[in-house]
Design a protein around this ligand. Structure first.
Ligand code: NAD
Length: 499
């Protein structure tokens, strides 16, 4: 079996911990790659190397740093298919979806080509007699990025690009379940001209993460993953005096008003609920139709569309709408949650359990599942299922729908489908969720805005990418400067004239 080592100072090096794990191909269920799991000593040594590289990198002028990202963007485009294949092979998502994963990361790289503008400071001329004040944005030093399995290109790019463009060095620890793409990206960034040591990529699990959190040289931690781990990492990083932004899980609702175009809403739910096997933090997992008639119509429109969805391996090309879930454990958990929904009294509209594909019997496939008459006390409503399972919660009024979303502990994304501008505007204004779609199911902001949830979907300050990322990865230094001009009387006169 192939082995993936750590990427340190621009080359692959063997780990020394003696700990390994296997990466599976979810489409077949077979282990396909062995990876090292870094221990504390290895992590500490890698951080030390990065600290040396960072000092020189911070002195490279911002425009030259940006040029590395221009070349990087070009190389990502040239390698799009190779990157997408690496994603699909480890994650299981379809190739068009994997290309989308790379594309949404690439868009953040494109914003980093404008890093000099993002890093400009502030200046006040004549803040007092002979006094000027200026504020500059300086890099933090060495920072850590810890990323989840579900976007193996996009989220590593969201982490590494602004951090490095701002003059930091980054230790990236990708998910041990889908690591390869992060390493390919690191290779390309070096090919684009990044000096060795500025980006180190280590494979690891909790031990490597804890080593990063406790390492005194690490100045900031950017995390994306599930809520319990986000909360843990935020707490430990903050206790150790680090800046931290930790993005967690989600339960995203779509409200469907009686005046909505139900066909469009059903099509949107199909993609947003089942695309990438529901393994997206912005997936819609709860449909909230307002009124009995809307709910009945939605089930009527959705059920046949859901049943027509084709599940299979990414190698089957256009014949497949979505692929397997990430691991056998994830499949068991999702099927267990479906069973709990049945036990707790929800109406099973389509049942995706026990899906077996000929020739792929070992794959981790879950068929598309929809529940109607779900209530907020059920496990399938409370848990982030992170699988191809859509729950319909029926409500009578708009206010009830809004309250349901407001009461949910997560606040990543939400959408409303309506023909009424006033209702849409009211919803966007009042809902306590970070990203809102109006007749738009997955409102991931474009790269020149920024991405971040509210409530238990994010811990810490500032969003990912956009100008927020440049704020997160820099600290402000403010200088008050006086150069005596020798014309003090003139100043006094001027001030007197103002009295
Ligand atoms: P995860 O929390 O299991 O893992 C994320 C990272 O944390 C991995 O690198 C992993 O190695 C590390 N990790 C896992 N357990 C740890 C522990 N006990 N101590 C220290 N580190 C640990 O998440 P996942 O399953 O890879 O990803 C799916 C989750 O990520 C979902 O909950 C999804 O909603 C969320 N997600 C959120 C966003 C967002 O921006 N809010 C984006 C994508 C995914």
């Amino acid at each position: 079996m192939q082995q993936l080592n750590h990427f340190v100072d621009g080359e692959y090096v063997d780990g020394t911990s003696g700990r390994f794990t296997e990466v599976f191909n979810p489409a077949t269920g077979e282990a396909q790659l062995k990876i090292q799991l870094a221990g504390k000593d290895e992590v500490d040594a890698i951080v030390e190397k990065a600290a040396i590289a960072q000092q020189a990198w911070a002195r490279v002028n911002p425009q030259r740093r940006a040029r590395v990202f221009m070349k990087f963007g070009q190389l990502i485009n040239e390698n799009m298919d190779r990157l997408a294949e690496a994603i699909s092979r480890e994650h299981g998502k379809t190739l068009p979806d994997a290309r989308g994963d790379v594309q949404r990361g690439l868009e953040v790289v494109e914003v980093c080509m404008g890093a000099p503008a993002m890093l400009k400071g502030e200046f006040t001329d004549n803040a007092g007699p002979d006094i000027d004040i200026y504020a500059m944005r300086q890099p933090l030093g060495v920072v850590a990025g810890i990323t989840p399995f579900n976007f193996p290109a996009m989220i590593p790019l969201w982490k590494m690009s602004p951090a490095i463009a701002a003059g930091n060095a980054m230790i990236l620890k990708p998910s041990e379940r889908a690591p390869t793409c992060a390493f390919l990206l690191a290779e390309l960034l070096h090919e684009a001209g990044l000096p060795k040591g500025v980006l180190q990529v280590v494979n690891g699990d909790k031990e490597a993460v804890d080593a990063l959190l406790d390492n005194e040289t690490i100045q900031a931690v950017g995390f994306v993953g599930s809520t319990p781990i986000a909360q843990y990492i935020y707490g430990r990083a903050a206790t150790n005096g680090k800046r931290a932004q930790c993005f967690g899980g989600a339960k995203n609702h779509m409200v469907i008003m009686p005046d909505a175009d139900i066909d469009k809403a059903a099509d949107a739910l199909l993609g947003a609920g089942f695309g990438a096997a529901g393994e997206r933090c912005m997936a819609i997992s709860v449909a909230v139709p307002v009124g009995k008639e809307t709910a009945d119509k939605l089930v009527e429109k959705l059920a046949p569309r859901i049943e027509a969805l084709k599940v299979g391996p990414y190698t089957a090309g256009d014949d497949v709408d979505y692929g397997p879930v990430i691991t056998a454990a994830a499949k068991d958990r999702i099927e267990g949650l479906i069973a709990s929904g049945v036990e707790q009294g929800a109406t099973l509209v389509t049942d995706g359990r026990d899906l077996k594909l000929q020739g792929y019997e070992g794959g981790f496939y879950v068929g598309p599942t929809m529940f109607d008459n779900v209530t907020p006390d059920m496990e399938i409503y409370k848990e982030e299922i992170f699988g191809p399972v859509l729950s319909q919660v029926r409500v009578e009024t708009y206010e009830e729908a809004l309250q349901l979303v407001m009461d949910n502990e997560y606040g990543n994304g939400t959408a409303i489908y309506t023909a009424d501008g006033d209702t849409a505007r009211d919803y966007a204004s009042r809902v306590n969720v970070g990203m809102v779609g109006i007749n738009f199911p997955i409102p991931v902001p474009l790269s020149y805005y920024s991405f971040g949830g509210w409530k238990k979907s994010a811990f810490g300050d500032l969003n990912q990418y956009g100008s927020d990322a440049f704020r997160f990865y820099t600290k402000t230094k403010t200088v008050t400067s006086r150069w005596y001009s020798g014309i003090k009387d003139g100043h006094e006169l001027n001030f007197k004239a103002l009295d």
